[in-house]
Design a protein around this ligand. Structure first.
Ligand code: MG
Length: 387
């Protein structure tokens, strides 16, 4: 039996991870669930999975949750940073599924690594903000970080059984998002509801907007650099609108390996949860015979400058990826709240990056300080509508 702590249990990844627990009750049990604020869903998850520890964002929500929980409930209800840390490090937990949204996932995931837990990682920001520190600590603890992001799971699978020195390139595929075929002139009219409507993947609001700006792919480039310990020069982004190929790896003899599947997150989540085994998910394979074709094109960096900013942050390194990430979180939220138009998202990010005083070899406190600074700075840019 593998005992899980699921950080971010009410989000898209968390809900899918729980579906897998439900499908394989003889293999997985839930010890801890942590969510931010969706306490109604959390209450039903508690009833169904009977965790020992439950964490929510703040005390107010912890009290509300206690009120709506069906009796009897033996779970200890905690809140805030201390609560997330307990859920990430508890003795009874074998694996932490790190699926919180945004920068908030970094500290609990690091705590889980330090506690020697296996990590199934969906929270991109952990590696984007502090990739070097995270990978070093994982190595010291002898822990493998198992990626849940579909692209990184694909790359991880394509690298398996091959020698690192034979690797030539990582080909990171992108669906291109909902605005791939829109002209730049039409971007001025984009509303949150248009951007939330992703053509191939079902995801939460933050990552859906990131997919629409291609920042999601940019964050994935940075994530891949650290996770697979390669230079950004050997990572190429390839737009592949059908999302059938989840990513590819090329070797020095010209061989290219790809991992394919239907666009359903359960495949990547289950692979990380059961690694190195594969679970019988009863998932269909893509319908190859009736496909119109698989197409590929280079990303349009003029239409989607966020991807170029991410490559820039990746190359510069230090605290710049954390700044990119924090400014992006602020800009995306401002767009969702209709405080800035879609076309101003890149401006908020890039102007914040340009003002940052870089720390080249940061420790964790430098990274957290850069994240905080960037949020304040990006908010100023939002106030002035991207100027
Ligand atoms: Mg992805």
């Amino acid at each position: 039996m593998k005992y899980l702590s699921i950080l971010g249990s009410t989000g898209s990844i968390g809900r899918n991870a729980l579906k897998i627990v439900e499908m394989f009750p003889e293999r997985f049990a839930v010890k801890a669930l942590a969510a931010k604020k969706n306490i109604e869903l959390l209450a039903s998850q508690i009833e169904r999975f009977r965790p020992e520890i439950v964490v929510v964002f703040d005390e107010k929500r912890a009290l509300e949750l206690k009120k709506i929980l069906p009796l009897p409930c033996n779970a200890e209800i905690m809140h805030g940073d201390d609560g997330y840390r307990v859920a990430a490090t508890h003795d009874s937990v074998d694996m932490v599924v790190s699926a919180m949204v945004g920068a908030a996932g970094l500290i609990p995931t690091l705590a889980a690594i330090d506690a020697g837990k296996q990590i199934a990682l969906a929270n991109k920001e952990t590696l984007v903000m502090a990739g070097e520190i995270v990978m070093k600590r994982a190595e010291q603890k002898g822990i493998k970080i198992l990626p849940i992001d579909s692209e990184h799971s694909a790359i991880f699978q394509c690298l398996k059984g091959h020698r690192k020195e034979d690797l030539s390139k990582i080909l990171l595929t992108a669906s291109g998002g909902p605005f791939r075929n829109k002209s730049k002139d039409e971007f001025v009219n984009i509303k949150p509801k248009d951007a939330l409507n992703h053509p191939t993947w079902q995801m939460g609001p933050k990552i859906s907007i990131d997919s629409a700006t291609l920042m999601n792919k940019g964050l994935e480039v940075i994530e891949a650099k650290f996770l697979f310990e390669v230079s950004e020069n050997s990572i190429e982004v390839l737009v592949h609108p059908q999302s059938v190929i989840h990513s590819m790896v090329s070797y020095k003899d010209g061989s290219v390996l790809a991992q394919l599947g239907i666009p359903d997150m359960k495949g990547a989540i289950a692979y990380a949860m059961a690694y190195p085994e594969r679970l019988d998910l009863k998932q269909p394979i893509p319908k190859f015979a009736s496909m119109d074709g698989l197409t590929f094109e280079p990303p349009d960096l003029e239409k989607f400058p966020c991807l170029a900013f991410a490559f820039e942050a990746c190359k510069t390194g230090g605290t710049l990826p954390a700044v990119l990430n924090a400014a992006n979180e602020v800009a995306v939220q401002a767009f969702l709240n209709e405080r800035i138009p879609f076309v101003k998202i890149p401006d908020v990010i890039h102007r914040t990056m340009a003002k940052h005083a870089l720390v080249s070899v940061p420790d964790l406190s430098d990274i957290i300080a850069a994240d905080r600074w960037a949020r304040v700075e990006a908010e100023k840019r939002v106030e002035s509508r991207g100027q």
